[in-house]
Design a protein around this ligand. Structure first.
Ligand code: PRP
Length: 185
C-alpha cells in the first residue's frame, strides 16, 4: 500500500476501495442499462475514482470533465458555481451522473446539479467516493456513495491537502502536524 508519513491512519485500503468501487459500478450498470449515461468527472479530486469506476461499468457510457469552484458557503446556500473548465457537449436529454470525490457541505454539487439540469439534462444523479453528511448545509443526498466518513480531514486516492497526496492508493486521515491553518475537507 502506498501510504505516507503524513497519514495518521488509513480509513480505506486499496483493496477495500476497489471492492466498493466495483459494487457501485455494478449498481450503475444495472440502473442505466440501455441509457448510455454521461459520466462527468469533477476535477481534480474525482479523477482517480473516476478512471477506476468507469472501467468497472459494464454498459456503454460516455465521459466528460469539468472543473468548478463554488462561491457558496455554509451560510449562503444560494451560492453559484464558477466553471473553470466546461463539458464539450450538449446535455439536452442526457442521463447525467456527476462523479465527485467528496461531498462535504454539498454546496458545489447543489449548484452544479442545478446548472446541469438547467441545460436540459433529463436526469442528474450524483456518485461520490466519500460522503461527509455531518458537514452538510445544502440539500444534497448523493445517489451512489462508496463510503460515509466522519468529519475528519482526509487525503489520498485523488484527495489532496495543498495539492499533495492525490497519488496515494488508500484514503486516510492527515496528521494534524502536516496541516497548516484550518480547513476540514
Ligand atoms: C472538493 C470536492 C468537491 C468539493 C466538495 O473539491 O472535490 O468538489 O470540494 O465540497 P462541498 O461539498 O463543501 O462543496 P476541491 O475544491 O477541494 O477541489 P479539488 O477536487 O480540485 O481538490
Amino acid at each position: 500500500m502506498k501510504t505516507h508519513v503524513d497519514m495518521e491512519k488509513v480509513l480505506f485500503s486499496k483493496e477495500e476501495i476497489s471492492e466498493k468501487v466495483a459494487e457501485v459500478a455494478k449498481q450503475i450498470s444495472a440502473d442505466y442499462e440501455g441509457k448510455n449515461p454521461l459520466l462527468i468527472c469533477v476535477l481534480k479530486g474525482a479523477s482517480v475514482f473516476f478512471v477506476d469506476l468507469i472501467r468497472e461499468i459494464s454498459i456503454d457510457v460516455e465521459m466528460e470533465f469539468m472543473s468548478v469552484s463554488s462561491y457558496g458557503n455554509s451560510t449562503q446556500s444560494s451560492g453559484r458555481v464558477k466553471i473553470e473548465k466546461d463539458v464539450g457537449i450538449d446535455l439536452t436529454g442526457r442521463n447525467v451522473i456527476i462523479v465527485e470525490d467528496i461531498v462535504d457541505t454539498g454546496n458545489t454539487l447543489f449548484n452544479l446539479r442545478k446548472l446541469l439540469s438547467a441545460r436540459g439534462a433529463s436526469d442528474v444523479k450524483i456518485c461520490c467516493l466519500l460522503d461527509k453528511p455531518s458537514r452538510r448545509t445544502a440539500d444534497i443526498k448523493p445517489d451512489y456513495v462508496c463510503f460515509e466518513i466522519p468529519d475528519e480531514f482526509v487525503i489520498g486516492y485523488g484527495l489532496d491537502y495543498a495539492e499533495k497526496y492525490r497519488n496515494l492508493d488508500c484514503v486516510g486521515v492527515i496528521k494534524s502536524s502536516a496541516v497548516m491553518g484550518s480547513s476540514s475537507k
